[in-house]
Ligand binder design. Structure first.
Ligand SMILES: Cc1cc2nc3c(=O)[nH]c(=O)nc-3n(C[C@H](O)[C@H](O)[C@H](O)COP(=O)(O)O)c2cc1C
Length: 220
């Protein structure tokens, strides 16, 4: 699957078939997480694969009772090691880099799952202490997110997204105008449409006008 298509067509899946995911698929997904960019390449993120049904139920319960989660045959608990980042980058390592590295890993894993024909969902609502207890996480490790994985038993509709020109600026906050070349590049389909339509209208009406002038001249 082409990368952009994979990004565009991935959906959060919250209904799963009762079908096991092949182990090599799970490993490929974890590898994709590992290949994410991490500040200073410190890889201060670990992945706990949960297959046990009772534990998945407990995780769903601890995730603000999102019971749909328990039907996903695989949960991946993404654990961050902020202390490791703090040693290199201080507070920034804890507050920013650990979270961003884990988020990059999670997105890589979601996309890989999708490319393998699997459904997945990023779960961020959970009781961290309860997940920590369920997965035996030490105090210095925190829970960055949970991913559910399995074969989708639903085809979710794409959520609404804003148009690209509403979410991008040129050079500065709310910078709407770029130099003519790049600016027109973005707007060119609209401008081209407008110019074509105007040209069509002028041609149409000018023909009529010429006809009318000719008629009047004949009458005179
Ligand atoms: C940080 C984060 C936390 C999320 N937490 C949850 C969650 O707890 N439960 C859930 O069902 N979806 C959760 N989602 C999934 C979003 O609801 C979903 O990505 C969004 O509605 C867009 O839909 P899409 O993933 O199909 O494009 C979370 C997504 C992110 C990025």
């Amino acid at each position: 699957m082409e990368v952009f298509d994979c990004i565009r067509t991935r959906r959060s899946v919250r209904k799963y078939k009762d079908k096991q995911v092949p182990w090599d698929n799970i490993v490929e997904i974890l590898q994709a997480g590992k290949y994410a960019p991490f500040a200073g390449n410190i890889m201060n993120c670990k992945f706990i694969v949960v297959k046990n049904e009772a534990k998945r139920k407990a995780i769903a319960e601890a995730s603000v009772q999102q019971y749909w989660m328990q039907d996903a045959p695989i949960h991946i608990v993404v654990a961050g090691e902020p202390e490791k980042a703090e040693r290199y980058y201080g507070t920034r390592g804890v507050r920013l880099y650990t979270i961003q590295g884990a988020a990059a890993a999670i997105e890589n894993m979601l996309l890989t799952a999708h490319s393998l024909g699997l459904g997945s969902c990023w779960v961020g609502a959970f009781d961290e202490e309860e997940i920590r207890r369920l997965c035996n996480l030490p105090e210095h490790v925190n829970v960055q997110g949970i991913i559910t994985i399995g074969y989708a038993d639903e085809t979710p509709s794409p959520p609404p997204k804003q148009r690209i020109e509403h979410v991008m600026f040129f050079e500065k906050w709310f910078g709407r105008i770029e130099g003519p070349k790049t600016g027109l590049g973005m707007w060119s389909p609209y401008i081209k449409k407008g110019v074509t339509e105007t040209h069509r209208m002028i041609t149409k009406h000018s023909k009529k006008l010429v006809e009318k002038v000719k008629e009047r001249l004949k009458k005179k």
